[in-house]
Ligand binder design. Structure first.
Ligand code: NAD
Length: 278
C-alpha cells in the first residue's frame, strides 16, 4: 500500500509554526510586510495573489497589494520595484508572473533587491543556491524538500530523477536535492531513453508541464513520486503531470493533485518572508 503525501496537512503545519514565530517577532517589535504586485487581471494570477494575501493574514504578515492595469509600462513597473526596494518597511517583494508580453520578466526579477526577493528568482539568490550559501530559494522546490522530509522520506544517497529543467522548478529542485546529498539526474525535452532513466529513480520529481505524462511505465516499483504539474483536464478538473491512478499502486509514496505540491508553494513563500526578518 502506498502513502499519499498530504501537502494540505503539511503546509498547514508549516503555516501554524510560522504564525507562532511571527507572534514572537512582533513581541520584539519586528513586523513583517510583503508587497505583492500584479499587472493585469489574469484570472489564475488573481486567484494566486488572493491566496497569498489570505496566507499573509493568517500568519500575521502585512500585505501591500499593488494591482496595476495591463497597460502599465516596464519603466513604471521598474520604478515601483525600485521604490519598494528602498522602503525599509517592506521586507519582501513579489511580482506575480506571468507579466504582460510587453514587459521583460527577467528585467523585473533582476531589479528586485536580492534581500527582498522572497520568490528566490534573482540571479544572486540562484547563485547562492549553486554554491551552497544563504539566500532565498524558489518556493515550489523548497516546499517539495519539506514534503519529503516531513513524510519521512530519506533523500541522502538516493537516486533522485527530476524531469524538467526550468529556472523556477527543475533546476533549483535538482540543486536542493544535491544539497540534501541525493544523487541527482536531470531529464528534459532532449533526454533520450527517458523511461530507462526514470525507472532508476528512488525519488522521481515530475515537472514536465504535460498532463498525466508520467504513468506506471516510468516508475521503479516502490519509488517515491512527486507531481509538480497543475492542469485542468477535459472535465475542468485539476490533474498533474502524473497519471495518479496508473502510477500510485507502483509507488511507496506519491503526492496527489490537488493537495500535494500546490499548497506548499504558498507556505514556503510565507517561510521566506519570515526568514527575511529573522
Ligand atoms: P516549464 O514548461 O518551464 O518546463 C517544463 C520542463 O519539462 C522543461 O524543462 C522541458 O525540458 C521538460 N520537458 C518538456 N517535455 C518533455 C518531455 N517530453 N520529456 C522530458 N522533459 C520534457 O514548466 P515549469 O514552470 O517547470 O512547470 C512544470 C509544471 O509544474 C507545470 O505544469 C506548472 O504548471 C507546474 N508548476 C506548479 C507549481 C506549484 O505550485 N504546484 C509551481 C510552478 C509550476
Amino acid at each position: 500500500m502506498y502513502q499519499i503525501i498530504d501537502g494540505k496537512k503539511i503546509s498547514q503545519e508549516i503555516k501554524d509554526e510560522l504564525r507562532e514565530k511571527v507572534t514572537a517577532l512582533k513581541a520584539e517589535g519586528k513586523d513583517i510586510c510583503l508587497a505583492v504586485i500584479q499587472v493585469g487581471s489574469d484570472p489564475a494570477s488573481s486567484v494566486y495573489v488572493g491566496n497569498k494575501k489570505k496566507a499573509c493574514a493568517y500568519i500575521g504578515i502585512e500585505s501591500l497589494a499593488y494591482e496595476l492595469p495591463e497597460e502599465t509600462t516596464q519603466d513604471e513597473l521598474l520604478a515601483l520595484v525600485r521604490r519598494l526596494n528602498g522602503d525599509d518597511k517592506v521586507n519582501g517583494i513579489l511580482v506575480q508572473l506571468p507579466l504582460p508580453k510587453h514587459i521583460d520578466e527577467n528585467a523585473v526579477i533582476q531589479t528586485i533587491s536580492p534581500e527582498k526577493d522572497v520568490d528566490g528568482f534573482n540571479e544572486k539568490n540562484v547563485g547562492a543556491l549553486c554554491v551552497g550559501s544563504k539566500g532565498f530559494v524558489s518556493c515550489t522546490p523548497l516546499g517539495i524538500i519539506q514534503l519529503l522530509k516531513r513524510s519521512g522520506v530519506e533523500i541522502s544517497g538516493k537516486h533522485c530523477v527530476v524531469i524538467g529543467r526550468s529556472n523556477i522548478v527543475g533546476k533549483p529542485m535538482s540543486l536542493l536535492l544535491l544539497r540534501e546529498n541525493g544523487t541527482v539526474t536531470i531529464c528534459h525535452s532532449r533526454t533520450q531513453n527517458l523511461k530507462e532513466i526514470t525507472k532508476q529513480a528512488d525519488i522521481l520529481i515530475a515537472a514536465v508541464g504535460k498532463p498525466k505524462f508520467v504513468d506506471d511505465t516510468f516508475i521503479k516499483e516502490g519509488a517515491v513520486v512527486i507531481d509538480v504539474g497543475i492542469h485542468r483536464n477535459e472535465n475542468n478538473k485539476l490533474c498533474g503531470d502524473v497519471d495518479f491512478e496508473k502510477a500510485a499502486p507502483h509507488t511507496s509514496a506519491i503526492t496527489p493533485v490537488p493537495g500535494g505540491v500546490g499548497p506548499m508553494t504558498i507556505a514556503m513563500l510565507m517561510y521566506n518572508c519570515v526568514s527575511s526578518v529573522e
